[in-house]
Design a protein around this ligand. Structure first.
Ligand SMILES: C[S@@+](CC[C@H](N)C(=O)[O-])C[C@H]1O[C@@H](n2cnc3c(N)ncnc32)[C@H](O)[C@@H]1O
Length: 220
């Protein structure tokens, strides 16, 4: 988000780049844009933390909380805590690229349907007692922020993947099918052939994939 958003905003900025994964944080500050839209300096620090433990007091002095591809990994209680902290501190939140569960292949084939259903179920599995929200996350987040008194703007932000994005399609397909099979092992006997067909079509530019995502802007 810092790479994308910081150069679009004016004025001096200090970003706190937070994740609970120390391995990812080791790379996160690479290639940050040096200047804001008006040439003001951008600085950043890295913090290993669980963002669902943040309180309104932790966010004192913060102008914006932003994250991408995060909400589906959280539970309803965790999203409620994030909403409470942001709204309680009077901080806007820009929460982008939350999956909606809508996946469209062109051309479609029958096997897409059970794969998609298993992937969605995998996203909503329970991990260590935590019931992940998966594609329900955008709706749950919207309701939580509104309950805490925020105004919400939401916009569809689907990925439209085709020949220009073959590397991404390949990586996405491999992860998508692997998660589906992990959730429903009965799919395994068809999965290799299905993936091979889909990868071949992607590499030959015969496959387009639309992956539904939603962006939310919550204004206190
Ligand atoms: C799907 S990745 C998205 C990474 C990056 N934001 C992007 O859009 O490419 C989700 C990230 O959220 C982090 N994450 C998940 N739950 C978290 C939590 N409770 N606190 C902090 N980071 C969390 C994961 O470690 C991972 O880096």
């Amino acid at each position: 988000m810092a790479r994308w958003l910081a150069p679009r905003l004016p004025g001096p900025q200090h970003w706190v780049l937070a994740d609970r994964d120390a391995g990812l944080l080791a790379h996160v500050a690479d290639a940050l844009p040096p200047r804001a839209r008006d040439g003001s300096p951008i600085t950043a620090e890295v913090r290993e933390l669980d963002v669902t433990t943040l309180t309104a007091a932790d966010l004192a002095g913060v102008d914006l909380v932003t994250a991408s591809a995060l909400l589906d990994l959280l539970t309803a209680e965790e999203i409620d805590a994030v909403a409470a902290a942001c709204v309680g501190a009077g901080v806007a939140a820009l929460l982008t690229l939350s999956v909606t569960g809508q996946v469209r292949f062109e051309p479609a084939e029958p096997r897409d349907v059970p794969m998609a259903a298993a992937f969605d179920a995998h996203q909503q599995r329970t991990v260590d007692g935590r019931a992940l929200l998966g594609p329900r996350a955008p709706t749950v987040a919207e309701e939580a922020f509104v309950r805490h008194g925020a105004h919400i703007l939401s916009r569809a932000s689907p990925w439209h993947l085709g020949l220009d994005d073959v590397d991404l399609v390949v990586a996405w397909l491999q992860g998508w099918v692997a998660a589906a099979v992990a959730q429903d092992p009965d799919l395994a006997r068809h999965a290799d052939a299905y993936l091979a067909r889909r990868l071949e079509a992607a590499e030959q530019g015969r496959l387009r994939v639309t992956v539904g995502h939603l962006d939310l802007l919550a204004l206190p």
